[in-house]
Every structure is written in structure tokens, then in C-alpha cells.
Design a protein around this ligand. Sequence first.
Ligand code: AMP
Length: 175
Amino acid sequence: MTTDTDIEKIKSKIRDIPDFPKSGIIFKDITPILKDPELLKLSIDKIKDRISNIDYVVGIESRGFIFGAALAYAMGVGFIPVRKPGKLPYKKKSISYSLEYGIDTLEIHEDAVEKGSKVVIVDDLLATGGTAFATYQLLTNMGAEVVEAVFLIELLVLKGREKLSACKVTSLISY
Ligand code: AMP
């Protein structure tokens, strides 16, 4: 875990919301960071500093869109959305994965990446790693090279990093 003062500033604005969206979950609310122009810029710049040599940023719905699109703009590369079922308009590839209770599905346009494209996956938070690993599988099945998966926040106790052992994992803030 880094102790850099910029990182501490960002961390101080993450708001814990107990029992949201359901009992027992402590939701990490990042909206106070988004609202603060200095911290929003700092978050994107800090992520950008850790990545190089990529063709696309892949953002996971929905908070991965916010950080991912800003990162893609800052890096001068394209942005690709991975979405919940039924949202993308064109032909799609999809993947289903297990959650604690039930199954979830993610989708990507079938022409979103070219074979050999170097991509970075972005989301706001890494918990169990199920969502990011499903995205990793979608992308590698299409022939893309996932260079890295980047998160603003990592919940270490849930060991999501282990599920993503096939690629480099970076987080700015860990708990
Ligand atoms: P997981 O697949 O378990 O790694 O969960 C990651 C996804 O769920 C990310 O898209 C997060 O935005 C969301 N998520 C999981 N746990 C939390 C939490 N405690 N606070 C905020 N978002 C969470």
C-alpha cells in the first residue's frame, strides 16, 4: 500500500456506506472524489502514470466507465465499454459468471477489439475479482492481450488479485 500524500488525499474522500446495497456490505462511495476537480484529476493522473503502451482502455459498467473514459482521453487511446446484458446495440459476445448469490453476465461488441490489441481493464473497485476476471476472459477469448487491470480501490481481504493472476493488477488504494 502506498502512503503517498496524494493517495491519502484521495482516500480521505472515499465514503463508507454500511449495508448498501444490501446488509453486510460496506459500499465504497467514490462520488465525493468525482465531485472534487483536484481529486478527480489526481486519480486519473495517478492511474495514467502506471500504464504505458496500450491500444484501448476497457471500462466495466458502470463506475469503470467514469474512470476508464477519462483515462482513455488522458492517454490518447480509444475506450471500449463492457456492459450489463441488453445494453449494447450491435452484435455481442457475452460471458456469465458466478456471484455469491446467483449469476451475472457481461457483454462486449464482437468487433470491439482486434486480435493482438493491447488493452487495460479499468474499474473503480476490485472485490472478489469475478467481474474483472469475466472481462479478462471476454477479451482474451477475442484475441486481445490484457496488459493490466487497474482499480482505484482494492479490498485485499477478498483476494480478487489471485483470480486475476494471469495479468498485472494495480490499485491506487487498498483496504
Ligand atoms: P467483484 O466482482 O467481487 O470484484 O466486484 C467488483 C464490482 O462490484 C465492481 O464493479 C465494484 O464497483 C462493485 N463492488 C463490489 N464491492 C463493492 C463495494 N464494497 N463498494 C463499492 N462497489 C463494490
